[in-house]
Design a protein around this ligand. Structure first.
Ligand SMILES: [Zn+2]
Ligand SMILES: [Zn+2]
Length: 179
């Protein structure tokens, strides 16, 4: 089993390989990264954001049409929201193996700080691994340093380490072995 990472053309170029490697090392699963073939749906002009649920629908349709059983993570640059949330870093729909992450709020520049490739790559990898973790069956974790902790702010995201805590690691091993 391997994970498909679809990288949209608007997401920062040049980060694909380091992000893919980090996600593989965080989760201990194989990943491939390719140019995104999925249509970007759900743009809401008034919000200048994309409805994450509509994007997940689009991934679901693509997976069905092309008979892709493995989990798919889409990396987009459009800012994402979902009903009830002003924004989301990412969203996963475990039942269909579809997840999405936005790079929009993950760069220092968004917060008026000096840019850093390393920060950007680390954050995309942590958020990507988090959503894929859901697709593999992991719930949220209360350990603030664990990848499966749900961050509401950039600081909370930065506090997380690029690993699963012991408990999540064991859960994931069980899930992967069961599959
Ligand atoms: Zn989550
Ligand atoms: Zn954990």
């Amino acid at each position: 089993m391997h994970i498909h990472i679809f990288w949209d053309s608007q997401s920062p170029s040049g980060y694909q390989v380091p992000v893919k490697r980090l996600i593989s090392s965080i989760l201990g699963v194989e990943t491939t990264v390719t140019e995104n073939p999925v249509r970007i749906m759900g743009y809401v002009t008034a919000r200048r954001q994309v409805d994450a649920q509509a994007l997940l629908d689009s991934i679901q349709t693509y997976k069905h049409l092309h008979q892709i059983p493995e989990p798919v993570l889409l990396v987009v640059h459009q800012d994402l929201f979902r009903n009830g949330n002003i924004f989301v870093f990412g969203l996963a729909r475990e039942s269909v193996g579809a997840g999405v992450v936005s790079t929009s709020r993950l760069g220092n520049e968004y917060y008026g700080r000096p840019g850093s490739d390393d920060d950007y790559i680390d954050r995309i990898a942590k958020e990507g691994a988090h959503e894929i973790g859901h697709l593999l069956g992991l719930p949220h974790c209360s350990d603030r340093e664990c990848v499966m902790f749900k961050p509401d702010t950039l600081d909370e995201l930065d506090r997380k380490k690029k690993v699963l805590c012991q408990s999540c690691r064991e859960q994931l091993d069980t899930l992967l072995n069961a599959g």
